[in-house]
Design a protein around this ligand. Structure first.
Ligand SMILES: [Zn+2]
Ligand SMILES: [Zn+2]
Length: 288
C-alpha cells in the first residue's frame, strides 16, 4: 500500500527529531515517498525557523541521507517557505537555493505589531487578538480577508508545489470565537482564494497536523472547502505536518477516508518523475 508525506519538520527548525531519525521512522511506518520540509530561514529572528547559516548544511545532509536510504525510501528535500507581507522579493521561488526538490508555501505572518515585530496567526488566542487589534484596528473580517489574499498572492507569485494548511487562520477560531466560518463573506473570501489557486500548478494539502496534535477537530482545510477544491479540480495531497517522528503518518488513513467520503477519486503524490495520481480506494488500509 502506498504511503507518502511531504510536510515534516526536523531539529533544523521547530521539529524535535534529526532528519535521519525522521527518515528511519518513515521507513518503519511504511512510507514509499518522504519529504522533509523544515521552515526556511527568514531575514529576521524567530524561534521556529531554520537559521540562515544552517541552510547549506541542511541541504547537504538531506542529499547524503537520500543516498544512504535510497533502497528503502525515496526522500525529497523540501522547505516550508513563508510568504511574508512586505518581504515578497525574498520569498520568490527564483531566490531558492539549488538542491531543494519542492517547496510548501505557507502564510503564518499577517502583519506587524505596534512594536514593529511580526505576529503569526497560529500562535495563540491572545497574540491573534493583539494582532487584529494592532494591525487591523480590531477589524477581524479585514484580517481574515487579508490572510486569504496573501495565500492567493503567494499562489500567483511563488506558485509553490504545495499550498500549506490553507485555512490556518481558523486555528484560534474554535467555536467561531473570532469570526463565523459559515457566513457568506467568509465563504466568498475562501472561494476567491481557491479560484486563484486553481489557475496555478500548486497542489493543496489536506493537513492532519492540527487534529493529530489534538488542538483541531477538523483538518486543514475544512470539509466544505475540500468540496470546493474538488469542484474546481484543484489537485490534493495528504500531509501530516509532523514535528516528531511518531507523527509522520498520523491520521493518513483518516484523511484518505475523508477524501473518499467527500467524493474525491484521485490523490496526488510526488515521485522522482513529478506529481502522479492514485485512486483514493487503492490507498485504503487493508488489514491482512
Ligand atoms: Zn506551517
Ligand atoms: Zn509545517
Amino acid at each position: 500500500m502506498l504511503r507518502f508525506n511531504y510536510h515534516s519538520h526536523t531539529n533544523y527548525c521547530d521539529g524535535t527529531c534529526s532528519a535521519e531519525n525522521m527518515i528511519k521512522s518513515a521507513i518503519d511506518q511504511g512510507l514509499r515517498y518522504f519529504g522533509i520540509s523544515s521552515h526556511a530561514p527568514l531575514p529576521f529572528e524567530t524561534d521556529w525557523t531554520m537559521k540562515n547559516t544552517d541552510l547549506i548544511r541542511y541541504i547537504d545532509e538531506l542529499k547524503q541521507l537520500k543516498h544512504k536510504y535510497k533502497n528503502k525510501i525515496t526522500v525529497f528535500s523540501g522547505l516550508e517557505v513563508d510568504y511574508v507581507p512586505d518581504l515578497e522579493m525574498l520569498t520568490n521561488k527564483a531566490d531558492l537555493i539549488s538542491g531543494i526538490d519542492y517547496i510548501i508555501g505557507s502564510v503564518h505572518f499577517l502583519g506587524k505589531l505596534k512594536d514593529a515585530t511580526r505576529w503569526t496567526v497560529d500562535y495563540d488566542k491572545s497574540e491573534f487578538e493583539r494582532g487584529i487589534s494592532e494591525s487591523f484596528n480590531g477589524d477581524r473580517k479585514s484580517a481574515v480577508k487579508n490572510y486569504f489574499r496573501l495565500i492567493g498572492d503567494m499562489a500567483d507569485k511563488m506558485e509553490p508545489d504545495i499550498i500549506g494548511h490553507l485555512d490556518l487562520i481558523k486555528k484560534n477560531n474554535q467555536n467561531n470565537y473570532f469570526f463565523d466560518e459559515s457566513e457568506p463573506w467568509y465563504i466568498e473570501t475562501v472561494r476567491n482564494c481557491l479560484k486563484r489557486i486553481a489557475n496555478t500548478s500548486s497542489v493543496i494539502e489536506i493537513n492532519t497536523g492540527g487534529v493529530a496534535r489534538g488542538y483541531m477537530k477538523e483538518f486543514y482545510p475544512s470539509d466544505w472547502i475540500l468540496k470546493e477544491v474538488l469542484e474546481m479540480e484543484i489537485p490534493v495531497t495528504i500531509s501530516s505536518d509532523s514535528h516528531k517522528s511518531e507523527d509522520i503518518a498520523s491520521r493518513f488513513d483518516d484523511a484518505v477516508s475523508k477524501l473518499e467520503s467527500l467524493g474525491f477519486e484521485k490523490i496526488h503524490y510526488l515521485t522522482e518523475n513529478g506529481w502522479q495520481k492514485i485512486d483514493v480506494g487503492s490507498l485504503k488500509w487493508q488489514k491482512k
